[in-house]
Design a protein. Structure first.
Ligand code: SF4
Length: 358
């Protein structure tokens, strides 16, 4: 099939030595906002990479810096916000050094983003067809007829029934699930190497959610698209991600492969997130919420930013901030308990309860 998702670019994401190719590398990213409460660091020294064809899940509660990280990568931070430090590399280009014009050439073509609420990113005054066509004509040398054909083909490929009709529809005439598919079709129309999906299924019902996730998986499998999946839904991450980053209060607190994070979370915050997520085979339905809320970024607690909510906090935690440490397993964690190596959080919790006679 010509011009569809499976025909947009090569699947090759592996170099001649068989190693995964790095697609995106974020180094020491700092993004801040000037507010009436002073300077607020929404993203504070965040570093990570995504390989070609990899799905990286970024999880954490609202206000932890997940979306600001993705907006920084896409070059969408506007005043009073700014990327104040660090580097963002897409292959061999450093994005923070590019002009707006240079960045616009990359946006949509090499990296694209889908948002939680498609209505905010779709233009209500333009038909669906015109919105896909606009992206295609901006980045590809195609005749008018080819642009129209490819737009309809993209709608078909994201599972939209009767795409020739929907091509002429306005966003408000479509259901939430259909709008989300249209936004995905627009995002994928030029076969981006990197797709950033910010809570892509939160506003959708379970059936549509499953269809959208399946669609994203197909993209990765067929096109080797790298996906940065931002969500607070750990179930979605378990289904999709290869690796997971857990963010809290503007920083990475844990990073590891998806199996290890689920089996043996290392950071008490990650464990708290796990305990507050429903599990398929948990007959007792023992959900526990994390006490308290994410601190306002304008008023960070001293020491470890999680200490006011942490069941394992000890004296040192309120005084000194732990660094993000690499463990032998390759995982990274920001917690004093792990500075000497890996600790079983469950055992540690039991030990402390016993020590205080709890
Ligand atoms: Fe909890 Fe202390 Fe670890 Fe922070 S450093 S997560 S407060 S145990």
């Amino acid at each position: 099939m010509r011009g569809g998702i499976t025909d947009l670019r090569s699947k090759d994401g592996v170099n001649a030595m068989g190693a995964k190719q790095k697609l995106l590398e974020v180094r020491h990213l700092q993004t801040q906002f000037r507010t009436e409460h002073g300077l607020v660091k929404s993203v504070d020294d965040v570093s990570f990479r995504i390989d070609a064809g990899e799905v990286l899940g970024i999880v954490g509660e609202s206000g932890c810096g997940k979306s600001v990280t993705s907006y920084s990568i896409m070059g969408l931070i506007e005043a009073p916000g700014e990327v104040a430090g660090g580097e963002i590399w897409l292959e061999d280009r450093e994005l923070t050094k590019l002009s707006r014009k240079q960045l616009r050439k990359i946006q949509g073509k090499e990296m694209a983003m889908i948002f939680q609420e498609p209505l905010t990113s779709l233009n209500p005054l333009l038909t669906v067809g015109l919105q896909i066509s606009e992206v295609l004509s901006r980045h590809k040398k195609l005749s008018k007829r080819e642009v129209k054909e490819q737009s309809i083909e993209m709608l078909r490929q994201v599972g939209i029934p009767r795409p020739e009709k929907i091509y002429h529809s306005f966003p408000h005439e479509l259901s939430g699930g259909m709008r989300q598919r249209v936004m995905i079709a627009i995002a994928l129309s030029c076969g981006p190497k990197l797709l950033i999906a910010d809570e892509p299924t939160t506003a959708l019902d379970v059936t549509i959610q499953a269809q959208i996730l399946k669609l994203m998986k197909e993209l990765r499998d067929n096109l080797n698209t790298s996906i940065m999946l931002i969500t607070h839904d750990l179930g979605v991450v378990a289904e999709m991600a290869d690796r997971v980053i857990v963010m809290y209060a503007g920083q990475i607190v844990e990073e590891g492969n998806v199996y290890d994070i689920y089996r043996t979370p290392k950071h008490p915050y990650t464990k708290g997130l796990m305990n507050s997520t429903p599990k398929l085979h948990d007959d007792k339905n023992t959900l526990e919420s994390i006490p308290g809320t994410v601190p306002p970024l304008s008023n960070m607690p001293s020491g470890c930013r999680f200490h006011p909510r942490c069941p394992l906090a000890h004296d040192q935690c309120a005084k000194e901030a732990p660094a993000l440490e690499k463990l032998k397993s390759g995982a990274q964690v920001r917690c004093w308990l792990h500075q000497e190596g890996e600790v079983d959080l469950h055992e540690e919790f039991k030990r402390r309860r016993t020590a205080i006679g709890g």
